[in-house]
Design a protein around this ligand. Sequence first.
Ligand SMILES: *[C@@H]1O[C@H](CO)[C@@H](O)[C@H](O)[C@H]1NC(C)=O
Ligand SMILES: *[C@@H]1O[C@H](CO)[C@@H](O)[C@H](O)[C@H]1NC(C)=O
Ligand SMILES: *[C@@H]1O[C@H](CO)[C@@H](O)[C@H](O)[C@H]1NC(C)=O
Ligand SMILES: *[C@@H]1O[C@H](CO)[C@@H](O)[C@H](O)[C@H]1NC(C)=O
Length: 470
Amino acid sequence: MLLLLLLLLPSQVDAQHVSGQKKNGACVCDVNSTMWSFPTGEYKATLQQVTTCEESLNSLQDKVELSSKRLPHMQALIKNMTDRLEPHQYLNHQGLYTNLALYKLGQELSQVETDIGDIHSQLNNAKTQKLSKEVGKLLKDVERMQVSKTINMKTVREKLRYLKNSAESCRTIPKDFRGQDSYCRKGLMSNISEPVTTKISPYGKSIISGSWGKQAQMDSEGQKNSYWVQPLLNSHIWGNTLRVYQTYEDFMASVNHKDFPVAPSFGHANTIDGPSAILYGEALYYHCYRSADICRYDLKSNSVNRVTLPGTGVGFNNKFPYCYYDCRANSDIEVEVDETGLWALYATVGNHGNLVVSRLLWDSEAETLNVTQTWETMIFKKAVSNAFMSCGVLYATRYLDDYHDEVFYAFDTATGREDNSLTLPLEKVAKGVASLSYNPTNKQIYMFNDGYLLAYQASFSPQFDMYNTK
Ligand SMILES: *[C@@H]1O[C@H](CO)[C@@H](O)[C@H](O)[C@H]1NC(C)=O
Ligand SMILES: *[C@@H]1O[C@H](CO)[C@@H](O)[C@H](O)[C@H]1NC(C)=O
Ligand SMILES: *[C@@H]1O[C@H](CO)[C@@H](O)[C@H](O)[C@H]1NC(C)=O
Ligand SMILES: *[C@@H]1O[C@H](CO)[C@@H](O)[C@H](O)[C@H]1NC(C)=O
């Protein structure tokens, strides 16, 4: 990189003559920084040539040989340049850095422009037209900034994130679930009841981490009313079994269960990693052992399929667990479900450790687990205690005290809007929340509260809606 940089710098880097002025007993002089600014245009052109492979392999070979001969000379030059730039490190920061960053932003924008173009060609409507316009405008802004030096990187990054999210929302969740599907026309969640179920886990209070719930697929055959518990029996981190009860009564009495062997050991690639699981239809979906993958264990065939989550530096092994107050071991990646299907919640280095939401789809014909869309939020994952999805909206909680958590944040994947003014308290029996998930079949929320299993009834209100209030 440094080499390339050097090649592109102006050929003569003459010393600059500046005149000084005596002021308040010090010598003050202005330095013209233009000569050190990064020649973005030339860098782009070179990169283009390399990537489009316009050069034949032979001439590339020649260049490599030439380069290796010139290497010592270049190294000396770099040393010389570095020494001379040393007193002007701040320029490095203000000039080189921002130009490079702007260049990268420009690249990302072009990608978004291409994506939106693709969507637009399939789905020409007012929303995609508006998006195309916005991207065009932002591209112009970035170009102008490269010239004018009035740069607000934060604003541009935020605009870029907004556009990316909007493009994902445009890709559309198969049917217009807000319009046609009656479950999701009720606005945001407005209240959460006191616990309607409270039970000590069948594995006892000493197993403090895991997940539990009710079959989450509306039209699932055999398993319609089944309840399940997925305990993390090894170090409160790893699990390899799923316990299923056919009825609520059996679950409450802890009788007549069936155990499924999800993985042969606690260190197998298919082992359940962290409190992450959801039973949906005939399969258990969960975060798989020490990976950036989501696994799907089929209860009928005992087979496991997996998909790798998208993003730069997907966090696992306690890189980005839920951490508000206490960190919950290995809660980096989890699966959630709502009226629209399955979701993965996690965080990436690329999104600065903020929560990322991906839509998961089981393609039963191709027998593959797919990620179809991904949104980036602005909420730092380690600053929340847990999260769940309902009607395409992500809800996040924080710790209030040993006996209460609170839903305080919502992010709507349909619009990319966020709201952090919610205050919906959740009563707890114990301090730690290992997992929290919503069930679309009965609108209940399930909490694995250290060794206790709690369920709540959620209600929704049209007055409580980001679309109406903002
Ligand atoms: C800085 O130098 C560039 C060319 O090297 C010149 O075009 C520009 O006018 C100079 N700026 C100032 C403020 O002197
Ligand atoms: C760098 O090179 C220039 C000439 O190209 C020379 O005058 C100067 O002394 C060198 N500086 C250092 C620190 O080596
Ligand atoms: C909201 O939930 C609380 C319990 O958390 C309950 O006491 C209250 O009655 C509920 N309010 C409504 C309007 O349902
Ligand atoms: C899922 O991914 C597979 C392989 O990448 C692809 O063949 C299939 O069409 C995808 N299915 C859907 C519904 O996107």
